[in-house]
Design a protein around this ligand. Structure first.
Ligand SMILES: [Zn+2]
Ligand SMILES: [Zn+2]
Length: 371
């Protein structure tokens, strides 16, 4: 390859749209090959993404950090209220959450630049295949939905998440109880009763936490994030905007400190249950824990999700597919006739069984009488 060709292959990053060196079309991130690809001429450009090993100190995090602003802007959807981070040069767009074209500029600032990205590995087609085989196994879903999704809005979105690491040392004091059975009273009043024997505990426990994943979006509650997890955040790539080409990224609405508050609650629950697991008491009358935290670090990680919403009988349903491993969760409509049919069959089986039973016992009675 000569020098000229080499230069041609360089991705132009002066604007956010990556032009194909072969034909000049726009290139997009391609989950199948983990490259930038041109749909038009098939050119591919490898992204030599480095694994991100940098953890940032939580105490140096600033709420005024707007480092992502140089290359992105935030747009707001008037229909559903979603704030999406898009390329600074991006113009025409529909809302990735609701499909509405009423997306306009917003005063919201882009905030912190992500430290890392878990790139999409599941393509759009694969995500749809996951859906098809998932929905096939659901008995009561109406046939029309099984055969074809009614006007789906289907988009690949990077969701903002925070991951936290911390070392903890906790000292604790508590009063636990253990049940035992004893016999009391005498004569007629003699009986067994359950009583509780109490004992005191104290000690220290140290635990290390790695990459606790907390949602940075109020649109994706923690519970739903837990359901669609895991994401392999420990081998996430250093942030590179090429991974976002052709995808949307949601703006975080939960900042790094509020995220830490949630992570801390999780850590505290975990410490509490590890202490309780150690003693296995029947009753906890009290347990006081004081935890000292060290080396609290965080990462701002974009995780990939395929989101789909559709309407059926005027109600909204949706599902999401983990863009890294294909895990799927969601809500789906239930066909009332199908449910009623099952109940009817069930009732018929019971009625028939009762009739047969009745006949048998009648026969038995006759037999007894004749004997
Ligand atoms: Zn091309
Ligand atoms: Zn919207």
């Amino acid at each position: 390859m000569n020098k000229e060709q080499n230069e041609n292959l360089e991705v132009k990053t002066d604007n956010e749209i990556f032009k194909c060196p072969g034909c000049g079309s726009n290139m997009f991130y391609d989950p199948d090959h983990e490259t930038l690809s041109c749909d038009y001429c098939g050119s591919q450009i490898a992204i030599d993404g480095q694994t991100n090993v940098n953890e940032l100190d939580l105490f140096t995090a600033s709420d005024d950090d707007n480092s992502w602003e140089a290359e992105t802007k935030v747009v707001h959807c008037d229909n559903c209220g979603a704030n999406t981070v898009v390329d600074i040069n991006d113009i025409a767009r529909v809302c990735p959450f609701c499909g509405s074209p009423s997306v306009g500029s917003s005063d919201e600032r882009a905030g912190m630049k992500p430290t890392s990205v878990v790139p999409f590995k599941v393509s759009r087609d694969e995500a749809l295949n996951k859906y098809t085989s998932w929905i096939k196994r659901k008995t009561y879903v109406p046939k029309t939905v099984k055969n074809e999704l009614p006007n789906p809005i289907f988009n690949g979105i990077y969701l903002p998440t925070w991951t936290y690491d911390a070392n903890t040392i906790s000292s604790y004091k508590g009063r636990f109880g253990e049940h035992y059975v004893t016999t009391v009273g005498s004569g007629k009043n003699r009986r067994t009763v359950t009583r509780t024997r109490y004992y005191y505990v104290n000690g220290t426990i140290s635990r290390t936490y790695d990459d606790i994943l907390i949602s940075g979006s109020t649109r994706l509650e923690q519970k739903r994030l837990d359901k669609i997890s895991p994401f392999n955040t420990n081998v996430s790539k250093e942030y590179d905007k090429r991974y976002l080409a052709g995808f949307s990224a949601e703006h975080y609405t939960i900042n790094v400190r509020s995220g830490w508050d949630t992570a801390k609650k999780r850590i505290e629950e975990d410490i509490r249950s590890s202490i309780i697991r150690k003693y296995r008491p029947d009753v906890v009358s009290y347990l006081h824990i004081k935890t000292h935290y060290e080396n609290i670090t965080y990462k701002y990680v974009l995780v990939p999700l395929w989101l789909c919403t559709y309407k059926y009988n005027n109600k909204e349903y949706g599902f999401m597919v983990n863009g890294e491993n294909g895990k799927i969760t969601g809500k789906y409509p239930i066909s009332i006739p199908k449910v009623l049919l099952t109940i009817a069959i069930f009732i018929i089986i019971i009625v028939v069984a009762l009739i047969i039973y009745g006949l048998i016992s009648e026969n038995n009675q006759m037999y007894q009488l004749l004997k």
